[in-house]
Write a protein that binds this ligand. Structure first.
Ligand code: ASC
Length: 152
Protein backbone atom coordinates (compact mmCIF):
# COMPACT_ATOMS: atom_id res chain seq x y z
CA UNK A 1 0.00 0.00 0.00
CA UNK A 2 2.75 2.47 0.92
CA UNK A 3 4.77 1.38 -2.09
CA UNK A 4 2.26 3.31 -4.17
CA UNK A 5 2.33 6.41 -1.98
CA UNK A 6 2.26 9.38 -4.36
CA UNK A 7 5.55 11.20 -4.66
CA UNK A 8 4.03 14.50 -3.55
CA UNK A 9 2.71 12.95 -0.34
CA UNK A 10 6.07 11.31 0.32
CA UNK A 11 7.81 14.64 -0.22
CA UNK A 12 5.38 16.35 2.15
CA UNK A 13 6.03 13.68 4.79
CA UNK A 14 9.81 14.21 4.48
CA UNK A 15 9.33 17.94 4.75
CA UNK A 16 7.30 17.48 7.94
CA UNK A 17 10.16 15.46 9.44
CA UNK A 18 12.68 18.12 8.50
CA UNK A 19 10.71 21.01 9.97
CA UNK A 20 11.91 22.33 13.30
CA UNK A 21 9.79 21.02 16.16
CA UNK A 22 8.71 24.54 17.01
CA UNK A 23 7.00 24.79 13.65
CA UNK A 24 5.00 21.66 14.37
CA UNK A 25 3.89 22.20 17.95
CA UNK A 26 2.40 25.29 19.47
CA UNK A 27 3.08 24.18 23.03
CA UNK A 28 4.98 21.39 24.82
CA UNK A 29 1.73 19.61 25.68
CA UNK A 30 1.04 19.22 21.96
CA UNK A 31 4.43 17.59 21.43
CA UNK A 32 3.75 15.18 24.31
CA UNK A 33 0.31 14.32 22.96
CA UNK A 34 1.72 13.85 19.47
CA UNK A 35 4.55 11.49 20.44
CA UNK A 36 2.33 9.48 22.77
CA UNK A 37 -0.24 9.17 19.97
CA UNK A 38 2.39 7.97 17.52
CA UNK A 39 3.63 5.38 20.04
CA UNK A 40 0.04 4.25 20.64
CA UNK A 41 -0.62 3.71 16.94
CA UNK A 42 2.72 1.94 16.50
CA UNK A 43 1.98 -0.39 19.42
CA UNK A 44 -1.46 -1.16 18.00
CA UNK A 45 -0.18 -2.14 14.57
CA UNK A 46 2.79 -4.00 16.04
CA UNK A 47 0.32 -5.83 18.26
CA UNK A 48 -1.55 -7.13 15.21
CA UNK A 49 1.67 -8.75 14.02
CA UNK A 50 2.37 -9.94 17.57
CA UNK A 51 -0.96 -11.74 17.63
CA UNK A 52 0.15 -13.76 14.60
CA UNK A 53 3.61 -14.37 16.03
CA UNK A 54 2.02 -15.72 19.20
CA UNK A 55 -0.53 -17.79 17.28
CA UNK A 56 -3.52 -15.94 18.67
CA UNK A 57 -4.73 -15.16 15.15
CA UNK A 58 -3.92 -17.03 11.94
CA UNK A 59 -0.86 -15.83 10.03
CA UNK A 60 -1.83 -13.68 7.06
CA UNK A 61 1.24 -12.55 5.14
CA UNK A 62 -0.49 -9.61 3.46
CA UNK A 63 -1.89 -8.30 6.75
CA UNK A 64 1.49 -8.71 8.46
CA UNK A 65 3.21 -6.80 5.66
CA UNK A 66 0.62 -4.03 5.67
CA UNK A 67 0.99 -3.56 9.42
CA UNK A 68 4.79 -3.68 9.29
CA UNK A 69 4.73 -0.94 6.63
CA UNK A 70 2.52 1.21 8.84
CA UNK A 71 4.88 0.73 11.80
CA UNK A 72 7.83 1.59 9.57
CA UNK A 73 6.19 4.83 8.45
CA UNK A 74 5.28 5.71 12.02
CA UNK A 75 8.80 4.93 13.27
CA UNK A 76 10.05 8.15 11.68
CA UNK A 77 7.54 10.43 13.37
CA UNK A 78 8.08 10.68 17.16
CA UNK A 79 11.55 12.21 17.25
CA UNK A 80 10.91 15.90 16.48
CA UNK A 81 8.30 15.79 19.24
CA UNK A 82 11.03 14.96 21.78
CA UNK A 83 12.89 18.15 20.95
CA UNK A 84 10.05 20.27 22.21
CA UNK A 85 9.48 19.18 25.77
CA UNK A 86 11.06 20.68 28.82
CA UNK A 87 13.23 18.10 30.55
CA UNK A 88 11.88 17.28 33.95
CA UNK A 89 8.50 18.87 33.28
CA UNK A 90 7.00 15.81 34.92
CA UNK A 91 4.44 15.43 32.17
CA UNK A 92 4.24 12.18 30.26
CA UNK A 93 6.54 9.24 30.77
CA UNK A 94 9.58 10.57 28.94
CA UNK A 95 12.69 10.38 31.12
CA UNK A 96 14.83 13.49 31.53
CA UNK A 97 17.68 11.25 30.32
CA UNK A 98 16.37 11.78 26.78
CA UNK A 99 17.68 15.33 26.98
CA UNK A 100 20.72 14.67 29.14
CA UNK A 101 21.93 11.68 27.08
CA UNK A 102 20.64 12.63 23.67
CA UNK A 103 23.21 10.70 21.62
CA UNK A 104 22.27 7.45 23.30
CA UNK A 105 18.56 8.18 22.82
CA UNK A 106 19.07 9.00 19.14
CA UNK A 107 21.03 5.77 18.73
CA UNK A 108 18.21 3.78 20.36
CA UNK A 109 15.70 5.48 18.03
CA UNK A 110 17.82 4.60 15.00
CA UNK A 111 18.09 1.01 16.21
CA UNK A 112 14.31 0.73 16.44
CA UNK A 113 13.89 2.18 12.95
CA UNK A 114 16.46 -0.27 11.57
CA UNK A 115 14.78 -3.27 13.18
CA UNK A 116 11.34 -2.15 11.97
CA UNK A 117 12.72 -1.77 8.42
CA UNK A 118 13.99 -5.36 8.71
CA UNK A 119 10.54 -6.44 9.88
CA UNK A 120 9.07 -5.06 6.65
CA UNK A 121 11.62 -7.04 4.63
CA UNK A 122 10.85 -10.17 6.66
CA UNK A 123 7.10 -9.71 6.24
CA UNK A 124 7.49 -9.46 2.47
CA UNK A 125 9.13 -12.91 2.38
CA UNK A 126 5.74 -14.32 3.46
CA UNK A 127 7.50 -16.51 6.02
CA UNK A 128 6.11 -16.59 9.55
CA UNK A 129 9.48 -17.80 10.83
CA UNK A 130 11.16 -14.73 9.36
CA UNK A 131 8.47 -12.49 10.84
CA UNK A 132 8.88 -14.12 14.27
CA UNK A 133 12.61 -13.54 14.26
CA UNK A 134 12.39 -9.93 13.10
CA UNK A 135 9.51 -9.22 15.47
CA UNK A 136 11.65 -10.39 18.40
CA UNK A 137 14.37 -7.94 17.42
CA UNK A 138 11.86 -5.10 17.15
CA UNK A 139 10.53 -5.92 20.61
CA UNK A 140 14.05 -5.86 22.05
CA UNK A 141 14.70 -2.48 20.43
CA UNK A 142 11.44 -1.11 21.90
CA UNK A 143 12.23 -2.51 25.31
CA UNK A 144 15.85 -1.35 25.24
CA UNK A 145 14.80 2.25 24.74
CA UNK A 146 11.89 2.06 27.19
CA UNK A 147 14.14 0.58 29.91
CA UNK A 148 16.56 3.48 29.58
CA UNK A 149 14.36 6.40 28.63
CA UNK A 150 10.80 5.83 29.84
CA UNK A 151 9.73 6.50 33.39
CA UNK A 152 7.61 3.79 34.98
C1 ASC B 1 5.19 -3.71 21.89
C2 ASC B 1 4.90 -2.56 22.61
C3 ASC B 1 5.97 -2.17 23.30
C4 ASC B 1 7.07 -3.08 23.02
C5 ASC B 1 7.63 -3.67 24.27
C6 ASC B 1 8.70 -4.66 23.96
O1 ASC B 1 4.45 -4.33 21.15
O2 ASC B 1 3.73 -1.92 22.65
O3 ASC B 1 6.09 -1.14 24.07
O4 ASC B 1 6.51 -4.08 22.13
O5 ASC B 1 6.61 -4.28 25.00
O6 ASC B 1 9.20 -5.19 25.13
Amino acid sequence: MFRSLPTAAAAAACLACALPAAAQFQKPEDAIKYRESVMFVMANHLGRIGAMVQGRVPYDAAVATQNAEIVATMSHLPWPAFAESTPGSGKGKASSKIWSDRAKFDEAARKMQDEVAKLVVAARTNSLDNVKSAFGSVGQACKGCHDNFRNQ
